[in-house]
Design a protein around this ligand. Structure first.
Ligand code: SF4
Ligand code: SF4
Length: 435
């Protein structure tokens, strides 16, 4: 018996709404006249602008240089002229470089790599190209791949896009299966991993077929396509590793600590472009979807494009009150200003109908939140701990292990926003640690 099969699947089945875009091919969106490049498209220190007003730039020109430590480079996604560098005092003088597009699409490429790519060459290339992971926080890929050097036994590529509505990764796998397989083969070789997996959702037939074909054509028998049930949140890194390898990431550990190197398929595609096409990270596939957008699409978008330009390309909005979300409905972030740009971490722009907020009712002790929590927490007890200011109780209940998947809030028949309470408690606990 395969020991890995013993691990139960944790999470819930929720309507995925992917039918709106899952069969739509990726269209290239024409870049707008003005593009915006905030210097904090990643976690850590913002990049430092390397251009000044009046400079001419090309696609791939460095606009912001990594400040060292956890930071990364930012490149232009169009050719044109730097027309402004804004400072936002409310965000610690964060600078945003604004480029006026000349529509010539002149390019500057990174240098060719040697034929025999070493680990050092590979990491340097990720750093030069400004690649960040798609794990939500925009962690610089070169740091992650450096930390996991010499100790990764397994490579897990995440193509299980479990958030409802999102289909960007699915279309990335359909359109770039060969590229994905080729770069996995290279990573396998230079990191000498023992086993490599691509995780996909079992019902996404088109991406599975594309990957199977690419694996065959590239003689990649050592890479396993691992099908996961369409259960939310199977895309979460820790749960996915548990499901595929039977390994548990303990509190305070990273996947690298248990010998697993993990990347998302979109990150892998950006790595392919950097290594084989000498391109900096300046464009990405996003899904534009939801009942409030007239023509949902999967689009290849230049980083720095404002949301309003994307909305216009999708036919505009339907009439009515709207909720804008960057990411999926479960873990995405709502935003009001559609003048904001798409950054390296944007996967989905979701436009939902705004419904009146349902009144919270008393807990009926149904235990649904407890039974559904994928990391076995007791959300209602943690929520009570927050509301009663019982911080020690919150710690004892392992509130900080919450992965913010939002299932507890989604499932609660009494409409109690359990996740909000848990997040507020964790923020207060963080503050207490700093005291
Ligand atoms: S407590 Fe956290 S991890 Fe558990 S269901 Fe709620 S949001 Fe998800
Ligand atoms: S799901 Fe809601 S009603 Fe049920 S136990 Fe949890 S908090 Fe109470």
């Amino acid at each position: 018996m395969n020991i890995r099969k013993l691990f139960s699947v944790r999470g819930v089945r929720i309507p995925d709404h992917k039918e709106m875009t899952k069969d739509l091919k990726v269209e290239s969106l024409k870049a707008p006249k003005l593009l915006y490049f905030p210097m904090d498209m990643h976690i850590g220190k913002p990049a430092k602008p390397t251009v000044k007003v009046g400079d001419f730039v090309k696609i791939g020109t460095l606009l912001g240089e990594s400040e060292g430590g956890v930071s990364t480079n930012i490149h232009s996604s169009v050719s044109g002229k730097v027309v402004s560098i804004l400072k936002d005092e409310s965000r610690g003088d964060l600078e945003t470089v604004i480029i006026e597009n000349d529509y010539r699409d002149d390019k500057v490429k990174l240098k060719d790599l040697d034929e025999n790519i070493t680990t050092e060459d590979f990491m340097k290339r990720l750093e030069e190209a400004g690649i960040t992971g798609k794990g939500g926080a925009g962690f610089p890929a070169h740091i992650k791949y450096d930390m996991e050097r010499n100790k990764s036994k397994y490579l897990v590529i995440n193509g299980a896009e479990c958030e409802p509505y999102s289909t960007a990764d699915h279309r990335c796998m359909v359109g770039y299966a060969n590229e994905i397989v080729k770069i996995i083969q290279l990573i396998d070789e230079i990191y000498e991993v023992d086993e490599a997996y691509i995780a996909v959702e079992e019902h996404m037939t088109e991406s599975k077929d594309a990957l199977n074909k690419a694996l065959k054509e590239n003689n990649a028998e050592h890479i396993t396509l691992h099908e996961l049930p369409a259960i939310y949140p199977q895309g979460h890194s820790g749960l996915q590793i548990h499901q595929i390898l039977g390994l548990e990431i303990k509190e305070g550990q990273r996947s690298g600590d248990i010998g697993v190197l993990q990347s998302n398929v979109s990150t892998i595609k950006a790595i392919y472009d950097a290594v084989f096409n000498n391109e900096s990270f300046h464009k990405r596939i996003i899904t534009v979807t939801g009942p409030m957008i007239k023509n949902p699409k999967n689009l290849m978008v230049r980083i720095g494009t404002s949301v309003d330009h994307i909305v216009e390309a999708c036919g505009g909005f339907h009439e009515g009150e709207r909720m804008n979300i960057s990411g999926g409905p479960m873990m995405g972030k709502s935003f009001d200003d559609i003048g904001l740009p798409v950054d390296k971490d944007t996967t989905t722009l979701l436009f939902l109908k705004k419904h009146p907020k349902e009144e919270e009712r008393a807990c009926i002790r149904c235990a649904k939140c407890v039974n559904c929590c994928p990391v076995s927490l007791q959300p209602i007890l943690i929520s009570n701990a927050y509301r009663n200011r019982e911080y020690k109780m919150g710690i004892d209940l392992k509130s900080e292990s919450c992965i913010s998947c939002g299932i507890c809030t989604y499932i609660c028949p009494s409409r109690i926003n359990l996740l909000e309470d848990i997040q507020k408690l964790n923020k207060e606990l963080e503050g207490k640690e700093d005291e």
